[in-house]
Design a protein around this ligand. Structure first.
Ligand code: AMP
Length: 187
């Protein structure tokens, strides 16, 4: 099932909990811990993602710190490819490449190991490694755009950015530097 049935979409949607005013007043936080603890919803989601991406010829799945690690590492294992973490600044032990992005107030920074996708980001054929980027949610898109830039910077190619949920009203997919796929959309 490359395309999710309305019923399966609803199973996943119903498993995600809304927490009003977290982490600050006015934000409705989409809590995916209730999706992770719901075996049926979690398997429905991961099987859909496996079916969608098994024909993409991916070399790696890259997940964004921290919830993207959960979905990304399981998907990488199901597809038989490697997993690469995109981490918040200061967490990776080897030589890193960094990218800053703006938040509502101030800046944040994400990093990746310079050799995360092999030397110069190339796979054994000498071509740029094909990478799927994944995170739980796209809001303004700032975090994911920075992560996509990092994949480019180390010489690999982001073939798609995948999110479990997209907050459509924040228009994060506009001017995105790779194709965007979101399993669920919220207005
Ligand atoms: P953005 O850079 O604005 O697209 O924000 C995306 C990052 O912030 C993702 O890593 C999300 O996990 C997190 N995030 C932003 N807004 C929410 C929200 N309403 N509920 C849950 N996570 C959020």
């Amino acid at each position: 099932m490359k395309t999710l049935s309305t019923q399966d979409k609803q199973i996943i949607l119903d498993s995600i909990r809304d927490i009003p005013d977290f982490p600050k007043p006015g934000i409705i936080f989409k809590d995916i811990t209730t999706l992770l603890s719901n075996a049926k919803a979690f398997d429905t989601l991961m099987t859909h993602l496996e079916n969608r991406y098994k024909t993409y010829g991916l070399d790696y799945v890259a997940g964004i710190d921290a919830r993207g690690f959960i979905f990304g590492s399981i998907l990488a294992d199901r597809l038989g490819v490697g997993f690469v973490p995109v981490r918040k600044k200061g967490k990776l032990p080897y030589t890193t490449v960094a990218e800053k992005y703006s938040l509502e107030y101030g800046f944040d920074e994400v990093e990746i190991h310079i050799d995360a996708f092999g030397e110069n980001g190339c796979c054994s054929t000498g071509k740029p490694a094909k990478v799927l980027l994944i995170d739980d949610l796209i809001a303004t898109g700032g975090t994911a755009k920075a992560a996509t830039n990092l994949i480019d910077k180390v010489g690999a190619k982001c073939v798609e950015a995948c999110f479990i949920m997209e907050l459509d009203f924040l228009k994060g997919r506009e001017d995105f530097n790779a194709p965007v796929y979101s399993v669920l959309h919220v207005d």
